[in-house]
Design a binder for this molecule. Structure first.
Ligand SMILES: NC(=O)c1ccc[n+]([C@@H]2O[C@H](COP(=O)([O-])OP(=O)(O)OC[C@H]3O[C@@H](n4cnc5c(N)ncnc54)[C@H](OP(=O)(O)O)[C@@H]3O)[C@@H](O)[C@H]2O)c1
Length: 289
């Protein structure tokens, strides 16, 4: 399999590059080489690399900044996927496009199925939803849309890295306890994506994938602290305090509940989020948050 990977410098892109299946060739396409918001650059990259499949892991992911930079968010998250989907359709190539739980408004109290109505709360979620629609319209059955949530890994900016830094710096830390989701390791997500690409299942469909189990941000922080203490018992780690969303105002509203009903039609092990978190805390402590 000859795969082209956009967003190769991001958290998920790095995890995909670290786990390339034997016999596969993955061509990393960093932003410097191809801005997916530029249709001509996308066409040129497709012609140059002639892949058999494309994974779009590129995204504008600054959820709060998107509220004041909507053009940049839409360019990458809506126009970019449209350009990629058109190029994939023209070349007869499969596209796996990564999307987000932020397409939902979080008013449900049971896991969101892929066909549940979307209602994004902010610019980031809306731009990703428009990207999904463009992918479906342009690439049809050649595309799989894979939504995920609360992504973290050993590289890039994420909640685990931020918590480890703050837990080491502060005496006490307030963390939101009334937003519920499923933390998802980039390593698990990469395995799910490769499993999908290895077969034909999922063509023309929208699917959900996260690690198993649910947590609030407070629960997530608590587990990070537990594993950090286990690894470095002599170090001082901040005490954690649960707070409400209202006590931590942000420019973008976030879904209060965004657990996804995961429906991947391939046999891929789905670890509990705590199990997947453990090695990432260890790796981040080794490299320094
Ligand atoms: N992070 C989460 O919690 C989360 C949750 C749900 C879904 N997702 C989805 O999962 C996917 C991967 O996210 P991630 O966490 O790996 O994101 P990330 O770490 O922010 O990586 C995104 C990558 O996309 C690149 N990029 C941004 N604009 C681009 C453009 N116009 N053209 C080409 N590349 C561009 C970025 O490059 P620069 O670094 O140079 O900007 C970066 O390398 C995205 O589709 C995201 O929406 C993420």
């Amino acid at each position: 399999m000859k795969l082209l990977l956009t967003g190769a410098g991001g958290q998920l892109g790095q995890a995909l590059l670290a786990a390339v299946p034997a016999g596969w060739a993955v061509q990393a396409l960093p932003r410097a080489e191809c801005d997916i918001g530029d249709a001509a650059a996308v066409q040129a990259a497709m012609a140059r690399h002639a892949p058999q499949a494309v994974v779009n892991a590129a995204a504008y992911t600054a959820v709060d900044r998107a509220e004041s930079e909507p053009e940049a968010a839409y360019r990458c998250n809506a126009a970019g996927p449209a350009h990629l989907a058109r190029a994939c359709r023209d070349a007869g190539v499969r596209l796996v496009h990564i999307s987000t739980d932020f397409v939902f408004d979080g008013r449900q109290s049971t896991p969101y199925a892929p066909q549940d109505p979307v209602a994004p709360l902010g610019v980031y979620g809306q731009s990703k939803w428009e990207g999904e629609q463009a992918v479906r319209a342009q690439a049809g059955d050649a595309a799989t849309i894979l939504r995920t949530a609360w992504v973290y890994g050993p590289s890039g900016h994420n909640f685990v890295r931020t918590m480890l830094r703050l837990l080491g710096e502060r005496e006490e830390l307030g963390v939101v306890s009334d937003q519920i989701g499923s933390p998802t390791s980039t390593a698990s997500l990469a395995q799910a994506i490769y499993a999908l690409l290895a077969g034909d299942a999922g063509r023309g469909e929208t699917m959900h994938w996260t690690d198993a189990g649910v947590a609030s941000w407070y629960d997530f922080a608590h587990a990070i602290r537990e594993y950090a203490r286990e690894a470095r018992p002599a170090q001082r780690w901040a005490a954690l305090r649960p707070i409400r969303t209202a006590e931590y105002p942000t420019p973008a509203r976030r879904p209060a509940y965004s657990v996804l009903d995961c429906t991947l039609p391939v046999a891929v092990p789905r670890a509990h989020w705590r199990e997947a978190l453990h090695p990432v805390v260890a790796a981040l402590l080794r490299t320094g948050p």
